[in-house]
Design a protein around this ligand. Structure first.
Ligand SMILES: Nc1ncnc2c1ncn2[C@@H]1O[C@H](COP(=O)(O)OP(=O)(O)OP(=O)(O)O)[C@@H](O)[C@H]1O
Ligand SMILES: [Mg+2]
Length: 223
């Protein structure tokens, strides 16, 4: 693992130390909401709760990025990981009238990988695909066995990415979103490298974007 710079160490300590006060704010807001009535009060308390959760997500992402935990490699059925991760976004997709299509290759053998890391990688791609999609769009998730590798692709029919922008999207903290941390794809890239795999992207503005993850079937992954 790379050593963190002194500044990186300090930043991750600060991030870590914000988690307890954030939790206190969340608990206090939810106590007030339960015990005091009032439309405006409840509206503002909900904002506090939501924003605290968002800050918590940013902090968790940042900490996971700066100090990744050791890998936990076991053999997993890739299609099961894909399906269970899709379930996490299914409701939001339905609410936003975005169709999620699964095309699973049933001939994939179990693959050595870290279940929760792979799930996190997929989730980051799904969230990006939903962010880029409009009502009536579709997200297609395809698994395939290609030679010695398993590929998982996530295709959306959303905004697409500018050619000049593509080279930046994997850089940590690069974001075009007002509410993004810019760590999503940097984390996916890191997770793929940990698996000795790769991530690639194919995109056209106005047509959509496909991200493809490639994971080796053989156990090259660092345990
Ligand atoms: N499917 C996609 N379609 C269009 N643009 C995308 C897509 N995925 C990523 N991008 C672009 O790449 C940028 C970086 O993505 P990344 O996931 O790293 O960060 P983010 O989504 O902005 O923030 P975070 O994931 O940390 O909340 C995005 O801000 C967006 O501009
Ligand atoms: Mg993202």
């Amino acid at each position: 693992m790379e050593r963190l710079s002194a500044l990186g160490e300090m930043a991750s300590t600060v991030a870590h130390e914000t988690k307890n006060p954030l939790n206190s704010i969340r608990v206090a807001a939810s106590y007030l909401k339960k015990n005091f009535q009032g439309e405006i009060l409840s509206e503002f308390l909900s904002i506090i709760e939501e924003e605290v959760m968002r800050l918590n997500d940013i902090t968790t992402n940042f900490l996971g990025f700066s100090k990744p935990a050791p890998l936990d490699i076991k053999e997993w059925a890739i299609n099961d990981i894909v399906k269970s991760t899709v379930e996490l976004i299914r409701q939001e997709a339905t609410d936003r009238n975005i169709e999620v299509v699964l095309l699973m290759d049933e001939n994939i053998f179990p693959v050595p990988c870290d279940y929760s890391r792979l799930r996190q990688a997929l989730l980051n791609l799904f969230i990006n695909a939903m962010d880029a999609s409009n009502e009536g769009d579709a997200i297609t998730v395809t698994t395939e066995l290609v030679n010695e590798d398993v590929t998982i692709s996530v295709r959306d029919t959303g905004t697409g990415i500018d050619q000049e922008e593509v080279e930046n999207i994997f850089k940590p903290f690069y974001t075009t979103k007002t509410r993004g941390s810019g760590l999503g794809l940097a984390i996916v890239d890191r997770i793929m490298k940990e698996h000795e795999g790769s991530i690639s992207v194919d995109s056209a503005v106005g047509t959509g974007t496909t991200f493809t993850l490639e994971i080796p079937m053989r156990n090259h992954a660092k345990v």
